[in-house]
Design a binder for this molecule. Structure first.
Ligand code: B12
Length: 244
């Protein structure tokens, strides 16, 4: 069977057929959109017209993909179980949806060996793909923090802060024409006051989950998922065992 044509319109439909029911979302972008806002040292080494996709996990990922992955005993070795599950899910989706295609995958937790910089800037990718607005210090006029750096945070129009940015897929050799227009992510935190609240909640008290509710989300992480992420990594296997 001939493999389906991969282009800007079809790529996320093909991918979503395998991963949306597991709690993942995918959003297409052009590498040029990403590279245009970054300095040379952080750009992706691909032609500006190359097709890419940013993959997010939604609150459902934990119950639909992660717990079944653990129950089936698929987790092996010492690397983080969530990272293993995400990698397994995305790799299976790629081989199923794009057989024979060369797809380079970078995960959120991967660093470049020489520079120790992230392999891709997840928040920048999510913003330029129109998936989730990236609120940074520069988005707050006259910010009150002086030279105390505040890290930026993405807010998803449906899930608020209850999601994560997991991977960037680059479809090497697949070029997107200039007819594809970039769309801005929804600016769901438009006021200066709310942006200050958001960046302070994210930087100073992210453990209380409050920054994630800066807009009313359609869904939050389940209590179980919150318990899992609030537990130190070394204690998480015991927690999973306790749940049976
Ligand atoms: Co963290 N972390 N992190 N983190 N972290 C990530 C940012 C990410 C994306 C991971 C994920 O989703 N899987 C999430 C954020 C999700 C979101 O935004 N909604 C995340 C989270 C959730 C957290 C925590 C809450 C813990 C947790 O639950 N995992 C805490 C919260 C912060 C805190 O400590 N209070 C947390 C902590 C950390 C530490 C350990 C402190 C470090 C440092 C944080 C930082 O540097 N931002 C950390 C890291 C290193 C990362 C990681 C791996 C890399 C971030 C990074 O180094 N960026 C990312 C995953 C990833 O990206 N691969 C997760 C490099 C800097 C230089 O990038 O500040 O965005 P930057 O600057 C660039 C942009 O401004 C861009 O150019 C700059 C570079 O030159 N730019 C742009 C310039 N102009 C413009 C214009 C536009 C329009 C755009 C879009 C971009």
């Amino acid at each position: 069977m001939a493999s389906p044509t991969v282009n800007f319109e079809t790529v996320t439909r093909l991918l979503d057929d395998s991963i949306s029911n597991l709690g993942f979302e995918s959003h297409p972008l052009k590498i040029g959109w990403y590279n245009d806002v970054l300095p040379a040292s952080l750009r992706q080494p691909h032609h500006e017209d190359t097709l890419a996709v940013v993959v997010l996990s939604t609150p459902d990922m934990f119950e639909r993909a992660f717990l079944p992955f653990m129950e089936k005993g698929c987790c092996q070795g010492v690397s983080d179980p969530i990272d293993q599950c995400v990698k397994h899910t995305i790799n299976s989706a790629i081989s199923q949806s794009f057989p024979g295609k060369k797809v380079e995958v970078s995960y959120d937790y991967e660093m470049l060996p020489a520079s120790r910089k992230p392999k891709f800037l997840a928040q920048t990718a999510a913003h330029v793909a129109g998936a989730a607005y990236y609120y940074q210090e520069a988005d707050v006029t006259d910010h009150p923090w002086g030279d105390k750096k505040k890290f930026g945070v993405c807010i998803h129009p449906r899930f608020g802060g209850w999601f994560a940015i997991r991977a960037l897929l680059v479809f090497e050799g697949v070029q997107v024409g200039c007819e594809v227009l970039q769309s801005s992510p929804p600016d769901c935190v438009p006021s200066r006051e709310a942006r200050i609240q958001l960046l302070e909640d994210f930087n100073l008290r992210w453990q209380d989950w409050k920054y994630r509710d800066i807009i009313p989300p359609v869904q939050r992480y389940s209590q179980r998922q919150r318990d899992y992420f609030s537990t130190r990594p070394a204690q998480r296997p015991a927690l999973l065992q306790e749940w049976g």
